[in-house]
Design a protein around this ligand. Structure first.
Ligand code: C2O
Length: 337
């Protein structure tokens, strides 16, 4: 074996092992032991799904979305499409739920280069399941446009306490303003406009810091056998983290995040920022150079109730996954820091 470098291996979950860390939460998925099929991208001519900002959603689309989430909530709790199982999947992929394949050590999809692709794949299936429940193959998940002043608080559609999109555990103050990192609303010392400008400066600074570095944007390498949490990307740390924490309640803690419908829309915006970053010339190719990144894989139950193995390389382009983001202004791009 002279001259042959020991090759590391990509991370993948053990399909048969899951540890319940929190007996009250019990978040191991109900798919254990099911047959696994390899992911195939949606075939043409399926309609392209266009994800739009939640604050600008038309009433009809908002109603359809709320109705689909209501059907999800009405499913029996052990059904793989049920709201609770969807939330459990996120919980199981963090710290001690699912384990690394054949290694009997924790698998954690936060705090490394798995963060962006895992959440992209997760939302992909979530959106398609909702589309199935809505009977609409063009159904698209809205995104929480917290990088735009019009989106810097909990969007209206999530506020109605009779809606399936509501969660009662959020902080009331997040109805006024969501601090995306270091712009606290601490009373009357500052105006709402000034707070929003502060958010825009945070966005600008974070994006600029990771502008052409995949390590800084996506996070550090995490390979099979590696210790969880080698370090997340600049945007995972902030604004992603503070938006969770400052919204409060279920969404502020990783294991319970998925219990708030707003979580999926928060992550659609995170995913959108990845797509914006990847479109910067040169960045797309940097992203997928490492085989341990490309071949890392995850398991999800899809909209046909199959257990699917999807690889990071399958997640390279949103268009291949059958969706795009509506082009909206980026007011943080030219803000001065
Ligand atoms: Cu999986 Cu925003 O956390």
């Amino acid at each position: 074996f002279f001259g042959i470098q020991a090759r590391s291996l990509p991370v993948s979950p053990d399909p048969n092992l899951c540890v319940e860390r929190d007996p009250n939460l019990k978040c191991c998925p109900s798919w254990m032991g099911k047959k696994i099929v390899d992911f195939t991208p949606p075939q043409q001519p399926s309609p392209l799904r266009v994800r739009r900002p939640a604050h600008a959603l038309d009433p009809e689309a908002a109603q359809k979305y709320a109705a689909a989430v209501a059907s999800m909530r009405a499913l029996p709790s052990d059904h793989p499409w049920s709201f609770i199982q969807q939330s459990n999947v996120h919980c199981a992929y963090c710290n001690d739920g699912l384990l690394q394949n054949g290694l009997n050590i924790s698998l954690e999809i936060h705090g490394s280069w798995l963060f962006f692709p895992w959440h992209r794949a997760y939302l992909y299936f979530y959106e398609r399941i909702l589309g199935k429940l809505a009977g609409d193959p063009s159904f698209a998940l809205p995104f929480w446009n917290w990088d735009h002043p019009a989106g810097m608080s909990i969007p209206e559609i999530y506020r109605d306490n009779s809606s399936s999109l509501y969660n009662p555990t959020r902080y009331p103050k997040a109805l006024n303003f969501t601090d995306i990192g270091g712009c606290p609303n601490d009373g009357n010392t500052t105006t709402l406009d000034a707070l929003k400008q502060c958010n825009l400066r945070v966005m600008h600074r974070q994006f600029a810091a990771a502008f052409n570095s995949s390590d800084l944007f996506l996070g550090h390498p995490y390979r099979a056998g590696g210790k969880p949490n080698p370090g997340g990307g600049v945007l995972e740390w902030l604004p992603h983290g503070p938006v969770h924490v400052n919204t409060g309640g279920d969404i502020s803690q990783i294991p319970t995040s998925g219990l708030d419908p707003l979580f999926y829309n928060h992550h659609a915006n995170v995913d959108r920022l990845w797509a914006i970053w990847a479109a910067i010339p040169g960045n797309g190719s940097k992203t997928f150079g490492d085989p341990d990144f490309n071949d890392a894989s995850f398991l999800f139950v899809d909209e046909n109730l199959q257990l699917v193995r999807i690889r990071v390389s399958d997640c390279a382009s949103t268009r291949n996954l059958g969706y795009i983001y509506e082009d909206v202004p980026l007011p943080w791009l030219n803000v001065t820091t």
